[in-house]
Design a protein around this ligand. Sequence first.
Ligand SMILES: Cc1cc2nc3c(=O)[nH]c(=O)nc-3n(C[C@H](O)[C@H](O)[C@H](O)COP(=O)(O)OP(=O)(O)OC[C@H]3O[C@@H](n4cnc5c(N)ncnc54)[C@H](O)[C@@H]3O)c2cc1C
Length: 427
Amino acid sequence: MLDIVRAADPDYASLQHVYGATGAPAAILRPRTAEEVVQALAAAQETGGELAIRSGGHGISSISTNVGGTVIDLGRLDGITRLSDTMVRLGPGAHWGHVAQELYPWGLAISSGDSGDVGVGGLGTTGGIGLMGRSHGLTIDRLRSAQLVTADGALHRVSASEEPDLFWAVRGAGANVGIVTSFEFEAAATPVVAQATIVYQLNDAAEFLERWGDLVEHSPREISAFLYIGAGAVPFAQATVVFASDDADAARVALAPFTELPGMTGQRAQIVPYAAVPLTTDAPHTGQQRAFTHTGLADHLDRDVSRGLGQLLAEGSTQMVQIRSAGGAINDVPPDATAYAHRHQNFSVTAIAAGDSPRFAAAWEPVHALMTGMYLSFESGRDPGRIVEAFPPDTLSRLRAIKAEWDPAGVFSQNFDVTRPSSETAL
Ligand SMILES: Cc1cc2nc3c(=O)[nH]c(=O)nc-3n(C[C@H](O)[C@H](O)[C@H](O)COP(=O)(O)OP(=O)(O)OC[C@H]3O[C@@H](n4cnc5c(N)ncnc54)[C@H](O)[C@@H]3O)c2cc1C
């Protein structure tokens, strides 16, 4: 029988909130199987009201809980199963840190993101810019099939040959077309990597960023590099640089230029299981990390982008800027192959603030103007106009046609609804 948790139940307090928001749903439905997800969706539709779909509860826009509505919590669908040499089946409720830990003894890994607490469901339906991205592509680029419940309550297996339109949409805009109940990924035989943590003092942030961008773009594809910069007059930055191989000599050569950038104040590099790379805390969700972010994708950290970011860091309303490498294998995939269409940019750029102030929005705007796309998983703003940044015109029209066929009533409209009117001025 479908488990329904309400406010009076003992489990409610541990399920009502997510990472970035507190919530007080009227009912939290906790399916154990795909068939129970079908039942949960039917129950939610019968009840009406606000609906939230939750896998790991780490969505930046914090829409996987609500007040007074229904949450379908997929946390119990957290299986991690090896199907063959490299194929694995993952439940949406599994967390990427646990996936990495399970895959390690099998000699496998899947590039996900820097947080091991992120759920398979949210990241696996949107993109996955990870610390082996330049080597292995986006997480969704390794997806070979999925099982999905559509708005009419039907269960589908989707792949390149089964419901290919839905399979295309799931890889970048999955939240718009249904609830994914399992994913089959082709993992990579890269269980061990070199990981460097490097700290810099940025006396001239703009100059540093230009050099950082150039270095990352010209590094071998085994290198993926994330940079986290704390704002201030003289910002400090911490980098996580991964060389996706256990070849220590090659790693040493590839990592050395990162230690030669100006302002390096400390560094540590080691050969580690990939499972040690995503930071996994398993902390309970209490709405502890409200995020106010703006984000975009940049072709290059050229002079203008770097100067813009330097000014943003000095302006005062931004707490942190995160720069994740994209490019490499991510850009080998044709833009029309998946609903995530941004296949020419080399960097994801995200600004984080303590509050969603007009000042923060204004400070972001000069950088925003230089962006050439958007990865919607890093955006906490809910302006429907930004849809055109996430999905270029051809992608958006195809998505709208698929949505009209599979979700005409807009059951799955919570997460960057592609049917919402937008300014249609694509970047
Ligand atoms: C600390 C932190 C670090 C991060 N780092 C990275 C990173 O390095 N790279 C990266 O790419 N992303 C990163 N992210 C973003 C992350 O990928 C997204 O926030 C993702 O949506 C979280 O997935 P979740 O399942 O935990 O989210 P949830 O909050 O459970 O879900 C978010 C939304 O996704 C949709 N969704 C979830 N599950 C399903 C499903 N099974 N079927 C259909 N739709 C579904 C729903 O609309 C849901 O409301 C990070 C986020 C955080 C908080």
